[in-house]
Design a binder for this molecule. Structure first.
Ligand code: HEC
Ligand code: HEC
Length: 248
């Protein structure tokens, strides 16, 4: 029993590594179509790749890695279009709009590109995304990424959510959330923008995304990993998770 469990866990660790590698390669490709960000995005992904399994810090400036290839100063005025819903510092007030504060720049840009390509769809966001140019997108993403990171108002005592967040349930193909999203849901480390910051995000938004991954309406996660993860979780479990994660 112990033995087969450890084989499964190393299999899971491998999946996490493969997802990182595949997505970082994709980021690399899309960056090379844009000459201005090519060099920095290339550097970023090679550094990240080397460090996927190594969270030890080195001399690389972590804030720069989180921000990605854009210019946060230039991004501030370009981001005005987004403030009405996402908040001036990326901490939206209305829970139907996700917080973007301290989210990885590369993750923000990936989502907007997914809306542009209809890989992710939403009535409002899809039409806004269509009006953003590639260069503006890098700078806007950098601006939100540079803001102090989203944080829950108060820690949740939801034990069902905590248990699911921290423990695999292999009988249901559920890999614990913290293995990808980090111990407090703040991502893995600044070099790996594949796994978004979810800790401290609005509960309503989190729940809507989890339901949407389960139903298959949202299917833009690499390898469908989020669809698989929540496929067999109940409404009550998703609600518990959203509650717990929003407090982190
Ligand atoms: C009129 C309101 C509105 C405006 C303005 C707006 N957004 Fe959004 N945004 C939304 C909503 C609603 C969602 C959630 C959509 C969903 O559920 O897929 C969203 C989602 C997002 C996401 C996905 C977040 C995540 O965690 O996956 C990103 C990134 C984003 N918006 C970026 C932007 C940027 C950049 C701008 C400005 C160029 C902008 N938005 C302007 C309403 C808005
Ligand atoms: C094997 C890795 C992995 C595991 C395990 C995992 N996630 Fe994810 N998750 C991802 C990736 C990668 C994305 C980014 C999807 C994308 O690129 O659009 C994501 C996206 C999300 C989002 C959307 C964030 C946003 O801003 O829109 C939520 C919410 C989320 N995960 C919650 C969870 C919860 C809760 C669990 C545990 C039940 C979990 N995840 C387990 C990899 C994982």
């Amino acid at each position: 029993m112990f033995h087969s469990k450890s084989i499964i866990s190393s299999g899971l660790a491998l999946i996490v590594l493969l997802i990182s590698t595949a997505v970082l390669a994709e980021i690399d490709n899309s960056a090379s179509q844009k000459p201005s960000s090519e060099a920095s995005a290339k550097n970023l992904s090679s550094v990240q790749f080397k460090n996927v399994a190594n969270t030890g810090s080195d001399s690389v400036d972590e804030t720069k890695l989180r921000i990605g290839p854009g210019d946060p100063l230039a991004g501030k005025s370009k981001a005005e279009l987004c403030f009405g819903c996402h908040g001036e510092d990326g901490n939206s007030i209305d829970p139907q709009f996700p917080k973007l504060a301290g989210q990885y720049g590369i993750y923000i840009a990936k989502q907007v590109r997914n809306y542009q390509a209809s890989i992710r769809t939403h009535q409002i966001m899809s039409s806004i995304a269509a009006s953003v140019s590639d260069e503006d997108l890098a700078d806007i993403s950098a601006y939100f990424a540079s803001q102090p990171m989203m944080k829950g108002a108060s820690p949740s005592s939801n034990q069902i959510g905590k248990k699911l967040f921290e423990n695999d349930d292999l009988s249901r193909m559920m890999v614990r959330c913290n293995s990808c999203h980090g111990a407090s849901g703040k991502g893995q480390n600044p070099r790996n923008p594949v796994f978004p910051v979810i800790g401290g995000q609005h509960k309503d938004y989190l729940l809507r995304q989890l339901l949407s991954f389960r139903k298959g309406d949202r299917n833009n996660s690499p390898g469908g990993v989020m669809n698989i993860t929540v496929h067999r979780l109940s409404d009550a479990e998703l609600e518990a998770l959203a509650e717990y994660v929003s407090g982190l």
